[in-house]
Design a protein around this ligand. Structure first.
Ligand code: ADP
Ligand code: MG
Length: 350
């Protein structure tokens, strides 16, 4: 982690705000037709013609959302963009622009911000979005980053959280819980390092988990895949806070219930083995872990043939009438109520 202890690093104070913005943004290229004017004027100018515009913002605060002792700045920049693009994809839209606002203390040299912007640059390039503006200011302590993502969607393609219907299938992309476990592994290594600074962590057996935590990918590919399969979900949300909390959002906003099957939850083998090692219940981790940045959606039963053979999708349950409530059907075939924390504990039975 580069902080301003090394004499050869460039202090923010000697750079000045204008030169800093120019320095950080000069390599970014514009690729979107909808970008009329990017960085450099009082406001960006965008033109979406007959499309609907999507706008979404997230804030990341050092010490609350990220810890720079194990989060490399390049990864942080990349992840800050992913978190926002994921919200655009969750509307079934195409992300096209971002703005990036940062507040940093003078503990960070220019080189640290270069690393952050390397990650932002890579995200923009990989996901084909334009950096069109932002703001740069100082903070008394720590780093704060806010990204706004802008996207477009045709009016008849936009998918809300509020439109799931009874009998729809509940589908999730990818697998669950890995990012949370990656964080547990990194936290453990941080403790070990504090006791013994010479320790060299070997994270190979947790590589997938750590990657999911440090370098998540937003599921742009899923929006494209759904389009190719001619499937329009009846509702959709991205998984930032954990599967059960996102399911409950769909249920409450759509005024429906659901049956979610414990045995269907997609888990990577590293999630299963690491849950055993940490003595965690893998279902709890999958339901409450968060930061998976997968998409959760519902589809009409008629669309099942179009999605069933695709390895990106797992059908994990179905939508029911609201009166039935949101439930987890356990491996033992018991129904328990889903809560934002996972599920309500089973009462002991005689
Ligand atoms: P203003 O005084 O009008 O807020 P700024 O000097 O803050 O202007 O910004 C000048 C230009 O640089 C604007 O286009 C703004 O959107 C852009 N910009 C400022 N900070 C950042 C940043 N951290 N990342 C990307 N663009 C930025
Ligand atoms: Mg400004």
């Amino acid at each position: 982690m580069i902080e301003d202890k090394n004499q050869s690093l460039t202090s923010l104070t000697e750079f000045g705000e204008f030169r800093l913005i120019n320095h950080l943004t000069q390599n970014f290229k514009i690729s979107q037709e909808t970008t009329v004017k990017a960085v450099g004027d009082d406001a960006a100018v965008l033109d979406f013609k007959n499309k609907k515009t999507l706008v979404t913002t997230d804030f990341l605060v050092e010490g609350v959302h990220f810890d720079l002792s194990y989060m490399p700045l390049k990864h942080l920049g990349y992840k800050a963009v992913m978190v926002n693009l994921s919200d655009v994809y969750a509307m079934n839209g195409k992300a096209s622009q971002i703005t990036v606002s940062i507040a940093v203390s003078n503990r960070f040299p220019v080189e640290a911000l270069e690393e952050l912007y390397d990650g932002i640059y890579l995200a923009c390039k990989t996901y084909n979005v334009d950096l069109v503006g932002g703001d740069t200011t100082s903070s008394t302590k720590g780093m704060l980053i806010s990204v706004t993502a802008i996207g477009e969607v045709e009016e008849d393609k936009v998918v809300y959280r509020s439109t799931a219907k009874p009998n729809d299938l509940l589908v999730v992309t990818g697998d669950l819980g890995a990012s949370y476990l990656g964080l547990q592994v990194l936290e453990r290594e941080k403790q070990v390092f504090q006791v013994n600074p010479n320790s060299q962590p070997d994270l190979t057996e947790y590589s997938y988990l750590v990657e999911r935590q440090l370098k998540p990918e937003a599921r742009k590919d899923i929006v494209e895949l759904l389009e190719a399969l001619e499937v329009k979900p009846t509702s959709m949300i991205d998984i930032s806070d954990g599967l059960s909390s996102e399911i409950l959002h769909i249920c409450s906003q759509s005024k429906v219930g659901c049956d979610l099957y414990e045995e269907k939850l997609p888990l990577d083998p590293q999630v299963i083995s690491t849950c055993e090692e940490f003595e965690l219940n893998s279902t709890t981790v999958a339901l409450s872990g968060g930061e998976d940045y997968e998409l959760l959606f519902t589809v009409a039963q008629d669309d099942y043939p179009k999605i069933k053979a695709n390895p990106n999708f797992t059908v994990i349950g179905h939508i029911t009438e609201e009166a039935v409530g949101a439930n987890l059907v356990t491996r033992a075939n018991q129904k328990v109520e889903l809560t934002a924390q996972g599920w309500t504990a089973l009462k002991s039975e005689d």
